[in-house]
Design a protein around this ligand. Structure first.
Ligand SMILES: Nc1ncnc2c1ncn2[C@@H]1O[C@H](COP(=O)(O)OP(=O)(O)OP(=O)(O)O)[C@@H](O)[C@H]1O
Length: 254
């Protein structure tokens, strides 16, 4: 059990792409400053679920949901909910590092500028703070005016995390953030994720069960659009309650 605050409370969430139901009666609470891993075989709805938490699915034509997603107690699917603020509070990091084809400095200041920050010394501060937070400052402080595309894959992903942090989110949604990276870059990002969990709630989709076991403290196992089991990560990987979870984590399918 945990005495942490609930960041998200998802209740009876169904999601349809046209007539296809991709999520079925999802019920899950996500706690502040936890690292929650979403695992399960390909196509079971992990990314779809992640995207419901900052309404990225709104961009998909024919996508509709039923049920509710409460963020800090407020339903984000309410028609009056402030979407721009939602995307600021719940930032996203994708599978493939996707820096803008702009300078390192501009990548980080893009979000704060959109949210109205114009003061150059404030922007400088944000750049240094976030690059330090992701452990990239020493590596790039002399080339802030150079293109972000010149960075290595692992550096690009850390830059994308810094870009996400630049608008001071509360939650970071990560969709397989290391799957395009080599083992060394992966290790660095995993360590970074664990550090970030002291300040942010993190929800991470991963295909890599060792990764889920290494870095998360709660794990949800998805199968064909349903959550089969959610529990402390240690319990899921040592003594799962559901036989399907056991079959999956022992590699019998997926
Ligand atoms: N935009 C879309 N339109 C229609 N169907 C979609 C769309 N996006 C996903 N789906 C379908 O919804 C189901 C869940 O997909 P989703 O990408 O969420 O699964 P996943 O568990 O994240 O898979 P993977 O691990 O392979 O990334 C799949 O059957 C997929 O084909």
């Amino acid at each position: 059990m945990t005495d942490k605050e609930k960041t998200f409370q998802v209740k009876d969430l169904d999601l349809y792409y046209g007539t296809f139901q991709a999520l079925k009666k999802i019920n899950i609470d996500i706690y502040e400053k936890d690292i929650t891993a979403l695992i399960g075989p390909s196509g079971c709805g992990k990314s779809t679920f992640l995207r419901t938490l900052n309404r990225m699915n709104d961009l998909v034509e024919g996508c509709r949901i039923e049920g509710s997603v409460l963020f800090d107690g407020e339903d984000i699917y309410d028609k009056d909910y402030d979407l721009i603020n939602l995307r600021k509070r719940a930032g996203m990091v994708f599978q493939k590092p996707n820096p803008f084809p702009k300078t390192i400095y501009e990548n980080i200041t893009y979000g704060p500028k959109i949210h109205g920050e114009k003061n150059k010394s404030k922007l400088d501060e944000i750049v240094e703070r976030t690059l330090r937070e992701v452990g990239l400052w020493e590596e790039v402080k002399d080339r802030l005016g150079k293109s972000a595309i010149g960075l290595s894959g692992g550096q690009q992903q850390r830059l994308c995390i810094a870009r996400c942090l630049s608008v001071e989110p509360e939650v970071i949604l990560m969709d397989e953030p290391t799957s395009a990276l080599d083992p060394v870059a992966t290790t660095k990002i995993e360590a970074l994720i664990q550090e970030l969990a002291s300040k942010y709630s993190i929800i991470i989709v991963t295909h890599n069960m060792q990764q889920a076991a290494r870095i998360s403290n709660r794990t949800a196992f998805f199968l064909t659009g349903e959550i089969m089991e959610i529990d402390d990560t240690e319990k899921i990987f040592t003594n799962p309650s559901n036989s399907k979870t056991e079959e999956y984590i022992t590699g019998r399918f997926g």
